[in-house]
Design a binder for this molecule. Structure first.
Ligand code: ADP
Ligand code: MG
Length: 348
């Protein structure tokens, strides 16, 4: 029986899976979420529904817990920092400040000679016109993007006029990479030079949303080692505590590029629930709650498919699953187009 009370900010599927992992250790879980229907309320001990800038509710939340973690990176730095003045927030808020801004993130990564796509900041339309050598490219909002939201593929200067871009926001223009593959490396850091690293996962996106993840990734030994090395180096340099994910591109010449860091558990790691002795969620809980680190063992190869929008309906009707298949329903009330509703993992 544990007497830890853990606060989790965000009550979606990642918050739910973190909660389930924490309950295994009898940890009390209080979830804070701005969605009254957040699915984590089905699993946690207490669910606080309020806006992320509601000072009274935030104070109430902080008082109820011993430490705080989060399921998504777009929480205002100020909010996390204030919470951290009363109770430890892990990973620490300074990590978030770097990662939630695409330029700060890339500048940070490049300091360690880790390759990223070529990029430039775009604050106004004329900036874009002067950046012809980054075309074709992808224009991305510098903050608050996920699942391809806030992104505009730009092939040529003509597209700039057509796209009706809202220049009140700040953007980064990234050169488009001719992708051979996308992979991600999930690492849990417990403290100085203390890690568990999962093998690279191969990911396939459709409409810029993750659709399939699979292990083993079909990559060279070189890419395997380099991606794990870069992910661990970044976790160490960030003095990270908990589970994080590093997304990479592999181009047609087998060059590895860092795409982005997610300072949290990640969709591509859902297969770790069934394919490893310890999942990314359990490892996150172990790291932030200072529980034992146990050596990671792979139990099986695996393939995960995201059930997006109406994909879920078929699985909700209790279809017959094979013994090696595991269906997860995130229990979201409303089925929406492009919304992640559940996933299916098949051990192979
Ligand atoms: P998000 O924050 O929405 O996950 P990403 O930057 O990871 O945004 O982009 C989503 C997906 O779009 C990537 O996984 C990749 O498939 C594609 N993409 C993004 N940037 C590039 C790029 N520079 N070159 C090629 N493909 C890209
Ligand atoms: Mg991404």
């Amino acid at each position: 029986m544990s007497n830890i009370s853990l606060g989790i900010i965000g009550g979606g599927q990642l918050g739910s899976m973190l909660t389930v992992a924490a309950k295994k250790f009898d940890i009390k879980v209080v979830v804070y979420c701005d969605d009254k229907d957040g699915p984590a309320q089905n699993f946690c001990d207490e669910y606080i529904h309020a806006a992320y800038d509601d000072q009274n509710k935030i104070n109430e939340f902080v008082q109820k817990v011993d430490l705080i973690t989060y399921e998504f990176e777009n929480i205002p730095y100020q909010t996390l920092n204030e919470m951290n003045n009363s109770k430890p927030v892990l990973p620490k808020p300074s990590v978030n400040r770097i990662i939630q801004h695409r330029i700060a993130e890339k500048d940070f990564v490049n300091k360690f000679n880790i390759r990223t796509t070529r990029y430039a900041i775009v604050e106004k339309k004329s900036d874009l016109e002067a950046l012809g050598d980054l075309l074709p490219g992808i224009l991305k909002t510098t903050t608050l993007g996920y699942d391809g939201k806030g992104q505009y593929p730009i092939k040529s200067h003509d597209d700039i006029e057509k796209l009706n871009i809202d220049f009140s926001k700040e953007y980064v223009l990234e050169k488009l990479i001719k992708l051979k593959q996308e992979i991600s490396v999930i690492v849990t850091r417990f403290g100085v030079n203390s890690y568990e690293v999962y093998e690279p996962i191969e990911n396939k996106h459709e409409d810029q949303i993750l659709k399939y993840s699979e292990i083993p990734a079909n990559i060279s030994e070189n890419i395997l080692n380099q991606s794990k090395e870069w992910a661990t180096l970044l976790a160490e340099e960030l003095k990270y505590v908990g589970t994080m994910c590093v997304e990479f591109f592999v181009d047609r010449n087998d060059n590895l590029y860092l795409n982005e860091i997610a300072p949290r558990v990640h969709n591509s790691g859902h297969l770790t629930i069934n394919a490893f002795n310890v999942s990314q969620f359990e490892n996150h809980i172990r790291a932030v709650c200072k529980l034992d680190k146990i050596p990671l063992k792979k139990l099986s190869n695996a393939k995960m498919i995201n059930l997006i929008g109406e994909d879920i309906l078929h699985y909700r009707q209790n279809p017959k699953l094979e013994k090696n298949q595991f269906f997860f329903d995130y229990l979201k009330k409303e089925v929406k187009k492009k919304r992640k509703m559940g996933h299916l993992t098949t051990l192979i």
